[in-house]
Design a protein around this ligand. Sequence first.
Ligand SMILES: Cc1cc2nc3c(=O)[nH]c(=O)nc-3n(C[C@H](O)[C@H](O)[C@H](O)COP(=O)(O)OP(=O)(O)OC[C@H]3O[C@@H](n4cnc5c(N)ncnc54)[C@H](O)[C@@H]3O)c2cc1C
Ligand code: FES
Length: 252
Amino acid sequence: MVIEKARIESIQKLSNYYYLIEVFSPLIAKEIKPGQFCNIKVTDTNYPLLRRPFSICDVDANKLIFVFDVHGEGTKILSSKKKGDELDILGPLGNGFTIEGKYDLAILIGGGIGTAPFPYLTKKISSDVDIISFIGGRTKEHLIKYQMKNIHLATDDGSEGFHGTIIDLFKMELKNFINKKIRIFACGPTPMLKALQQISLEQNLDCQLSVECAMACGFGICQGCPIEKSNGDGYYLVCKDGPIFDADKILF
Ligand SMILES: Cc1cc2nc3c(=O)[nH]c(=O)nc-3n(C[C@H](O)[C@H](O)[C@H](O)COP(=O)(O)OP(=O)(O)OC[C@H]3O[C@@H](n4cnc5c(N)ncnc54)[C@H](O)[C@@H]3O)c2cc1C
Ligand code: FES
């Protein structure tokens, strides 16, 4: 884990809701794995005080790529940054997805900004493994297709793809994959993860969930990001023990 002053190489709008930002950050780029995240300080001052966590979206040689939506004050400031500005970035943080092991189909399920960690994951999954991406969003403007493979889409308002949630679509399609050795990787809002957790427990599916919660330190000091263990033995910290958990290990 290092702190790096990273120069912004580009910042662009992906849609009405999402921005893509590329920063020159060779130390973190060398180390970071899919599913890990960085904590970004969005100003040089003490306001806002806390860093904001962002998943690694992609790595291109010495560059880190993040995708973000404007949620509150911190991300609003981030969206106003320009090429050449510097960001203070702490990373890599968290555990990352487990991509090792035997499976012949990776199913990536992303809801809204939860699709952010999948471009780098797609790049890092072995070329022997087929990939199917299920991408959902509230409207077509909330779908992130950037660098994704073999895409199935769903929108809550029916403006693109299947009319319904991405989990509804996944449930309908699951029968087509059940004879394969699948591994599911998911990231998105808690209700989406909860629904997927239930399906994967019922059907005994190999499933990893990337959990989102409000964070302060991002590396296990403040104890501010607990999630209950499913075995009744206390709590994990999402920032340090996660953000990725096997679906059977946690209680939402
Ligand atoms: C592991 C992880 C990875 C993430 N990856 C991305 C990503 O790739 N792209 C993206 O757009 N967003 C991502 N988020 C959510 C992002 O961190 C929040 O949207 C952001 O912190 C909001 O900051 P703000 O100042 O704009 O909002 P405010 O609401 O003003 O933030 C106030 C405080 O609450 C915390 N907070 C508020 N909402 C969230 C939230 N949903 N998750 C975590 N902390 C929150 C902030 O860190 C801050 O401390 C991720 C969150 C986590 C935990
Ligand atoms: S954010 Fe501080 S312990 Fe997790």
